[in-house]
Design a protein around this ligand. Structure first.
Ligand code: NOJ
Length: 537
């Protein structure tokens, strides 16, 4: 029976490489996750989304899979995964697997056969085009820079890849390939996983010859087939990563009657601090009002027609407090503001490891300190086109993916309790920002998140209520009202480091203060980042 358990749930994302090392190799592992299940249970989350743990040459840290049914030995064994699933279940925590099926690693046996034997059945698992004039079939570019076509001289053919050339795209036109993927998904479903996060799923319906990469004409048909052949028969959650989704498209994915996915990650808010039509590295200051408009639009347009995911962070994004909060004087206050704004919206929140303790970006001085393939490729490309090193490093420090990948801070010891050896990526300064300190302090960001996660289960207005944006004039104060049956919830946040006024006279009507990030009375003046959520009479 389908319970839609995920509507009241909060999902915690773990980047296994950086969560907890238990065998002193400087790399996080599955035993490390098992070790912290009590912590996750105490935080109150309902499910863990695990970034990929499968066998992989790690060109893109596991998003290049060379065997979907073998565990990367750096992380442990299949036995460890089974133990994790079982022990998590005892604590009512489900394990969600990352499903990377737009592409495999070039080391996957399918691709190895495809490349070495054009007659093999696996050749057609990938996308090949002949070359007649030694030029790529067209100008399509890979997301990590350079052409999306790589030439294999022995075959006289190009293969297609929307990411690195080590990540060849699977050919979703091929029914045999699709059946193999469904078989693999059912293997994981039988292991008892709680669902899937589907990596760049909006790319699988591509039509490279028409230069269509995302939202291709067959995309939704393919997802309906996948649903029928795999997760559709179980009470699982599915969330698609869809950079190209508009609210209309998100309805197609997540409207229950269409039997596709539970929800998608959309990135409209995430793109608000880049220049229009440019890449994420081309920075622009965030306008909080614009952010509020975008959230309001998604809240309104998916109400009763789909389901939102709610997130500030993941392993591809910089830390939100450094990005849109204040990682100096107001680190905790701005962290609470961001949490309060997001957690009273309709949707399923995703909390990324370390976000609950307010981890911040990790600036670097040179490209030698950078691990991430995307930043490194961009660096080479921009150096070649005349940018200065300083300009490029500045944008990496704001937007680079490593910012969110530095190891988790468990305590204030030398390697933050992550490892006893040299971590694969350095740990930041954990003297103040760490789990042990957060747990001891009832006013820490951790307890704000814990409370918010509980509220989402307790107050149906959060999951069911209507949404109304409140106009606050020309200020950085963002406000909204949610209504459901007798309950009216007002959320007000000051998205800036300056005091301002909130003129709606709601202060007289407060029935109950659910959360407030200052220890003072609520008044019409909001101090820097002051935020609250209240039930109204
Ligand atoms: C999105 C993933 O989140 C990212 O980390 C990865 O590089 C690309 N997809 C390619 O799989």
């Amino acid at each position: 029976m389908k319970t839609n358990w995920w509507k009241k749930a909060t999902i915690y994302q773990i980047y296994p490489r950086s969560f907890q090392d238990t065998n002193d190799d400087g790399i996080g592992d599955l035993q490390g996750i098992i070790q912290h299940l009590d912590y996750l249970e105490f935080l109150g989350i309902d499910a863990v989304w695990l970034s990929p743990i499968y066998q992989s040459p790690n060109e893109d840290n596991g998003y290049d899979i060379s065997d979907y049914q073998v565990i990367n030995p750096e992380y442990g064994t299949m036995n460890d995964v089974e133990t994790l699933i079982k022990k998590a279940k005892k604590r009512n925590i489900r394990i969600i697997m990352d499903l990377v099926v737009n592409h495999t690693s070039s080391e996957h046996p399918w691709f190895q056969s495809a490349v070495h034997d054009p007659k093999s059945e696996f050749h057609n698992f990938y996308i090949w085009r002949k070359s007649y004039d030694e030029k790529p079939p067209n100008d399509l570019q890979s997301n990590f820079g350079g052409s999306a076509w790589t030439y294999v001289p022995d075959l006289g053919e190009y293969y297609f890849h929307l990411h690195a050339k080590e990540q060849p795209d699977l050919n979703w036109e091929n029914p045999s390939m699709r059946q193999e993927i469904y078989r693999m998904m059912n293997f994981w479903i039988e292991k008892g996983v709680g669902g899937f996060r589907l990596d760049v799923i909006d790319l699988i319906g591509k039509e490279p010859d028409q230069s269509i990469t995302k939202n291709g004409p067959k995309l939704h048909e393919l997802l309906q087939e996948m649903n029928r052949c795999t997760f559709g028969n179980y009470d699982l959650v599915t969330v698609g990563e869809t950079w190209g989704a508009t609210p209309e498209i998100a309805q197609l994915y997540s409207n229950e009657s269409r039997d596709e996915l539970s929800m998608v990650f959309q990135f409209e808010h995430i793109n608000l601090d880049k220049q229009v039509g440019k890449r994420k590295w081309d920075l622009k200051e965030l306008d909080p009002k614009e952010l509020h408009q975008v959230f309001s639009k998604w809240q309104t347009e998916l109400a009763d027609k789909g389901w939102n995911s709610l997130f500030w962070n993941n392993h591809d994004l910089p830390r939100i407090i450094s990005r849109w909060g204040n990682d100096q004087e107001y680190r905790v206050l701005s962290g609470k503001m961001l949490a309060i704004y997001l957690y009273f919206l309709q949707g399923t929140p995703y909390l990324y490891q370390g976000e609950e303790i307010g981890m911040i970006n990790y600036p670097v001085e040179s490209i030698d300190e950078v691990n991430d393939i995307e930043s490194r490729r961009m660096y080479d490309e921009r150096i070649n086109s005349g940018y200065t090193k300083e300009e490029i490093i500045a944008s990496i420090n704001v937007k680079g993916r490593d910012n969110g990948r530095h190891p988790m801070h468990w305590d204030d010891s030398k390697q933050a309790g992550f490892t006893t050896s040299i971590p694969w990526l350095p740990v930041g300064d954990s003297s103040e920002i760490n789990v042990a300190t957060a747990l001891e302090d009832q006013t820490s960001l951790f307890y704000t998140y814990k409370k918010l996660i509980q509220f989402r289960k307790k107050f149906p207005v959060i999951t069911e209520g209507s949404f109304e944006s409140i106009s606050t004039g020309d200020t950085a104060i963002l406000a909204y009202i949610r209504r459901y049956k007798e309950e009216t919830l007002l959320v007000v946040v000051n998205f800036s480091n300056e005091s301002d006024h909130f003129l709606l006279d709601s202060t007289q009507q407060i029935k109950e203060i659910l959360i407030h990030n200052y220890e003072k009375e609520i008044s019409q003046t909001l101090l820097p980042y002051e935020s609250y959520a209240v039930l109204l009479k």
